[in-house]
Write a protein that binds this ligand. Structure first.
Ligand SMILES: Cc1cc2nc3c(=O)[nH]c(=O)nc-3n(C[C@H](O)[C@H](O)[C@H](O)COP(=O)(O)O)c2cc1C
Length: 158
């Protein structure tokens, strides 16, 4: 059985969460690997379980993530699907949770992410200034991320 962790990530923090989920599963004997959303489609046919993660930008889920779920609805049908969103806010807005939940899934999780100002464009820094949000912060709760990965074993991810 194989598990693919698909990550849509603009600046890398969601990808690192995906890597941690895969390595946590791997340590429990699961054949788990990470693919960027841009190339994940062609690996779907040979994976049993799929985990998809995407960040929130400007109150929206990153389009590459939801587009992947839309575009691969047929291929994903019948495969256990687990979803996670990543954002700077303490909680995921209900409308975004609802948007994710419309894809047939076993679990939806939300993790706080990270911002690194060296990676941000001028406009992104401006947006964060206007929103009075930090430009350099790492809110990732690695034990919670690992706990979630472990919890997937109870769904038969093996
Ligand atoms: C320009 C910008 C806008 C953002 N907008 C939101 C937002 O609306 N809501 C939120 O919870 N987090 C927001 N964030 C925080 C990101 O979701 C967080 O930094 C996430 O970890 C980024 O993931 P990535 O590194 O994989 O791209 C924003 C970050 C940036 C840089």
């Amino acid at each position: 059985m194989t598990t693919m962790v698909v990550v849509a990530s603009k600046h890398g923090s969601t990808a690192e969460i995906g890597e941690r989920i895969a390595s946590t599963l791997h340590a429990r004997g699961v054949k788990a690997y990470v693919k960027d959303v841009g190339e994940a489609g062609r690996w779907l046919y040979e994976t049993d379980n799929v985990i998809v993660g995407m960040p929130v930008y400007r109150q929206k889920l990153l389009g590459e993530g939801t587009l992947f779920l839309e575009a691969n609805r047929t291929e994903l049908a019948g495969k256990p699907l687990f979803l996670f969103a990543v954002g700077g806010a303490e909680k995921l807005e209900k409308k975004l949770l609802d948007e994710l939940a419309r894809f047939p899934h076993r679990e939806v999780a939300y993790f706080r992410g990270a911002v690194d100002q060296e990676k941000l464009s001028f406009f992104e820094k401006l947006q964060l200034t206007v929103a009075q949000a930090p430009k350099d912060a790492d809110f990732r709760d690695w034990p919670a991320i690992e706990d979630w990965a472990h919890s997937l074993l109870s769904y038969g991810v093996s």
